[in-house]
Design a protein around this ligand. Structure first.
Ligand code: FAD
Length: 502
């Protein structure tokens, strides 16, 4: 099962960060026992192991720096079990969705549907619907995890918990560290809480504590009606105003039936608020012919505007319609033309808008690939930072003014409902890349000072260690290293991910 690495297997040396590594051995386990056997061999040989799911990660976490690549893509079985699915780690999001029984749905929705569930769990991936349903963590009921020390952990939510900060897992016992965590959407570093469900330790740990060999994922009842609205706003003030109006409507005190009336709006739940800046819309327009070949059509969108996409889930069509109409009524006061808004009142229309959303990062990646033909070292600079609600306008203004001053080609999109935006800088040459990197560092320092996070969904991997250290501080990083040592004393599993291996 463990084979020497072959030159024609170069795809296993990279992920979507386009970073390229090296490897000596490659293994494709098919069962949990296979995984344990590979880990035992690596432990005996003191060989580093890099775990891979589908390699759609964009932080270099699945990119090996020598040693053995443990690729889980052939462990892809899915078994329904009541209102859960029991899945092997290599099952893709697309395959999981296809296996969901009628009347249910699996809420985590990173836009990259070829991602594996093992990778989604390890990065605690999120997507547009995380605004309502939270990230992958919220939908995991059980995990089986193999450690490189030889333990096989079978963890259930609500059953296997820490006592305060003390924990016992198989023959392992210890104290969990107290770690700082910003009060924003966050995917940076280990998740620790007193009395926590111990499976949460492994969710978002980026494969540094153990290998997920099986997961039990929770399904939700599918909403009866799903409606979306694409609105076009003239400026940042309008964008922030509309986001705040939508969020205010969602607050519990703004919902609930008014005395003596039934308020249909209150029966719909706002599920997502997504953002595309005007450059992202221009980018889509400019690639309309490429997108047409993939059956994705770019709708007519007013020039010079940014776009907000909001989605409501409701128990019936009336409630969904009422929510969308109530939102559309607020557009005028945010400077938008309500008649230019695009309504999606059918799953087919919603799907079209989602394909459009996914096309943005994909087109950026292709554009960078083209530029690499001239400058092979060039990579995309993509941010993944989140800020508190009160800083949304500030962060949008910061990005805009810095990028305009630097003259960098860029676009901004993302999960604006959680104040979580992706700035994508498309360097034309290495000097652009250096300028962009300096801006990225400046923004990270400001966002940390505002109480934000330098990673809200993609994780740290090997590319954001410095920013992570800056955010968490040396003492917290040391406490995380100490926690890892309990599970992996020789630092063999995913070395170099989250923090330096030495
Ligand atoms: C176009 C595009 C759009 C994207 N959109 C989103 C988005 O909307 N939201 C989002 O959150 N992410 C997004 N991503 C990033 C990526 O898809 C997610 O991070 C995803 O969760 C990675 O899954 P994967 O299977 O590809 O993991 P990989 O890239 O293979 O690995 C990611 C990390 O998980 C570890 N790992 C993988 N499997 C296991 C396992 N079984 N046990 C232990 N560790 C494991 C790896 O070692 C690595 O550290 C996007 C990526 C692309 C290219």
């Amino acid at each position: 099962m463990i084979e020497p690495f072959q030159p024609d297997q170069a795809e296993y040396l990279r992920d979507e960060s386009r970073r390229t590594g090296t490897a000596d051995l490659l293994a494709f386990p098919r069962t949990e026992e296979d995984v344990r056997a590979v880990l035992a061999k690596a432990r005996a040989a003191r060989m580093p192991v890099t775990v891979q799911g589908a390699r759609t990660g964009i932080t270099g976490g699945a990119v090996p720096d020598g040693g053995l690549v443990l690729n889980l893509s052939k462990m892809e079985a899915i078994r329904p079990d009541g209102d859960t699915l029991v899945v092997q780690p290599g099952a893709t999001l697309a395959a999981i969705r296809a296996a969901v029984p009628a009347g249910h749905f699996f809420a985590p929705d990173p836009t990259e549907t070829t991602a594996s569930i093992g990778g989604m769990i390890s990065c605690n991936a999120s997507g547009a619907l995380s605004f309502l349903h939270g990230p992958t963590r919220n939908h995991i009921a059980g995990l089986r995890v193999a450690t490189i020390g030889g333990e096989l952990l079978d963890l259930r939510r609500s059953r296997d918990r820490a006592a305060g900060y003390s924990f016992r897992l198989g023959s392992l016992a210890g104290e969990l560290p107290v770690l700082p965590r910003p009060a924003v959407k966050n995917a940076a570093g280990y998740y620790v809480e007193p009395d926590m469900d111990l499976l949460d330790l492994f969710i978002g740990a980026e494969g540094t504590l153990g290998v997920v060999t099986e997961a039990t994922v929770r399904l939700l009842p599918a909403p009866a009606a799903v409606w979306g609205l694409m609105a076009f706003l003239p400026d940042t003030a309008g964008v922030v105003g509309f986001v705040n109006a939508l969020r205010a409507e969602q607050r519990p005190e703004a919902r609930g039936p008014r005395p003596g009336t039934e308020n249909p709006v209150s029966r719909a739940r706002l599920a997502a608020i997504e953002y595309f800046d005007s450059r992202a819309l221009d980018f889509l327009r400019a690639h309309a012919d490429v997108l047409a070949t993939r059956n994705i059509s770019v709708p007519a969108m007013p020039a010079g505007t940014a776009c907000l996409y909001a989605e409501w889930h409701a128990p019936d069509e009336d409630a969904a319609e009422a929510a969308v109409l109530a939102a559309a009524e607020r557009l005028g006061e945010c400077g938008a033309d309500p008649d230019a808004a695009i309504l999606a009142d059918h799953p087919r229309e919603i799907e079209k808008l989602k394909l459009l959303r996914h096309a943005v990062p994909e087109l950026v990646n292709s554009a960078i690939d083209d530029r690499r033909k001239i400058h092979p070292g060039l990579v995309k600079l993509g941010t993944d930072m989140s800020v508190p609600d009160a800083r949304l306008g500030d962060v949008l203004a910061l990005y805009e003014s810095d990028l305009a001053a630097a003259g960098l080609e860029h676009l901004v999109f993302g999960h604006i409902g959680a104040n979580h935006l992706h700035v994508n800088i498309l360097p034309r040459h290495p000097a652009d890349y250096e300028t962009g990197k300096a801006l990225y560092a400046r923004w990270a320092a400001q966002i940390i000072a505002w109480g934000g996070s330098i990673s809200a969904e993609h994780g740290i991997g090997k590319l954001k260690r410095d920013l992570f250290r800056q955010m968490a501080g040396d003492a917290a990083i040391q406490r995380m290293r100490d926690l890892k040592k309990l599970f992996d004393p020789a630092f063999l599993l995913n070395p170099g991910t989250l923090f330096e291996s030495r």
